[in-house]
Structures are given as C-alpha cells and as structure tokens.
Ligand binder design. Sequence first.
Ligand SMILES: Nc1ncnc2c1ncn2[C@@H]1O[C@H](COP(=O)(O)OP(=O)(O)OP(=O)(O)O)[C@@H](O)[C@H]1O
Length: 263
Amino acid sequence: MPSDLDECREHLLVVDVNDQNKIDKSSKFQIRNLTKVSNAGVPILKGIDLDVPEGMILGVVGPSGSGKSTLLRALNRLWEPPFGTVFLDHNDICDLDVLSLRRKVGMLFQLPALFEGTVADNVRYGPQLRGKKLTDEEVRKLLITADLDASFMNKKGSELSVGQAQRVALARTLANSPEVLLLDEPTSALDPISTENIEDALVKLNKNSGMTVIIVSHSIKQIQRIADLVCLLVDGQIVEVLKPHQLSQATHPMAQRFLQISS
Ligand SMILES: Nc1ncnc2c1ncn2[C@@H]1O[C@H](COP(=O)(O)OP(=O)(O)OP(=O)(O)O)[C@@H](O)[C@H]1O
C-alpha cells in the first residue's frame, strides 16, 4: 500500500507552469520558470520548473557547469531571480525575511567557511542569534550527528581539515533545526567511512523529522543510496526526473552519457 509520500513522489513532475491544477499542494518548494543569465549574457538556468515534495530526499546530478549549485543557491536567496519564482510552503521566498528563510532552509557549501572561534562557537552561532544558548550536551549531540566526537568542541575552526570543517558546518546548520537542508557536495572531502556515517545521518534526519533534503552530488552511487528521486540537470535545464533505480532509463543523450561514465 503506497504511503501519501510515495504517492506524492510518484507525482513529482516537471510541471506545466500554466496549469495551476498540477501544483502539488504538499510541495515544500515550487520552482517556476527559474532563469539566470550571467553578466556576460550566458544562460546558466533556463526556465527551471520543479516541485519538491515535503519530506523527500531529492538528488541533483549533472555535468560540471550544468547549474546545480546555482539552482541550490536560488532556493536560499543567495541570488534573486530576474525571472521566475521560488515558493516555499506556497510563499514566494522573495517576500520572506531572508534570515528566517535561511533558518528554515539550511545550506551547506562544498567548501565550508567557518567563523572565527571554536567548533562549539560555530555550532552555537545560529541559535545564539535568536537568544538561545545551546548547552555543551546539545553541541555534543549535534557534533555526533555530524560524525565528529566531542573532543572537537574546543578546537579552533581554522585548525580543521576540509572534511572536518564540512562536518562542523553540517552541525552548525542542524543547530537551527532547518525544515530543508540544501547540500552541495557535502561529502566531497570525506573518507568512505565518514561519508557513510553522514549519509546515514541524513537519511535518519529525513525519516525521523521529515526534513526535506536536496543534495547535489557527483557521486551517482551516493544519490542511488540515499535519494528518493533524482533530477538530472544538463546545460541549465532539467532533462529528466527519475527514481534512483530508473537512472539507466534516462533518454536524454547527454544524461545517458553522463550516467554511463559516472556509474
Ligand atoms: N556568478 C556567476 N557569474 C557568471 N557565471 C557564473 C556565476 N556562477 C556560476 N556561473 C557559471 O554558471 C554555470 C553553472 O555553474 P554552477 O556552479 O551552478 O554549476 P555546477 O553544475 O554546480 O558545477 P560543478 O559540478 O562544477 O560544481 C557555469 O558555467 C559557471 O561558470
């Protein structure tokens, strides 16, 4: 018996923007005609239409330069579209207070920048802005979720490896209890064991708290391990939306080639 979420996943489609009846009411994000052109006039995103159901892990894959990071950044208002709209819970994100948007929609970058101070300072940063001081125990739990042990608490952010900094950045993002997690190559600097631990943590967070996750990854295997659905981006356009086990059925020639080489 398929669950509501399964039904919903079945219906994640690249939508016809003119057909409002197709808007999925349980969507966390509704992206309509999202378009970006570089200053030099080169199209980067070419009218992206996509619904992301609440509680889903959506994998975004595609060749380098296809616009994956640009797409993620739009969802957190790191740039604002000259054309197109992004709705979060049916509200245009450009109408939302940007700080509350970023608290709801946490983002992790490929190369995380930590703030001055210790790891614990970094993890406490977001809640502190809202007048909440996390206890040592709360910080410890967040670090453990991000596959770091408590001994990291008092280390300086500047003394960490990229892989350790990636995990601190994850703990710092989770400290805000986001409803959505945008991940840009979150395990690119991690060893296979840590990668597996982070993947497990993401799946647990998704299952236990219903957190919607959108993950960009160059690892097709990673996407197949954790995603409910995969969106293939080629040259600024979504060319396929498939379930992970259906990836071999991609019909777009560039998507096929990309998948063959990366699998
Ligand atoms: N601020 C910018 N100004 C001009 N061009 C940009 C800007 N940001 C990105 N681009 C260009 O847009 C295209 C898409 O970049 P983006 O980083 O989104 O791709 P990507 O799919 O995430 O790539 P990768 O897999 O290599 O990280 C690239 O050609 C890039 O050079």
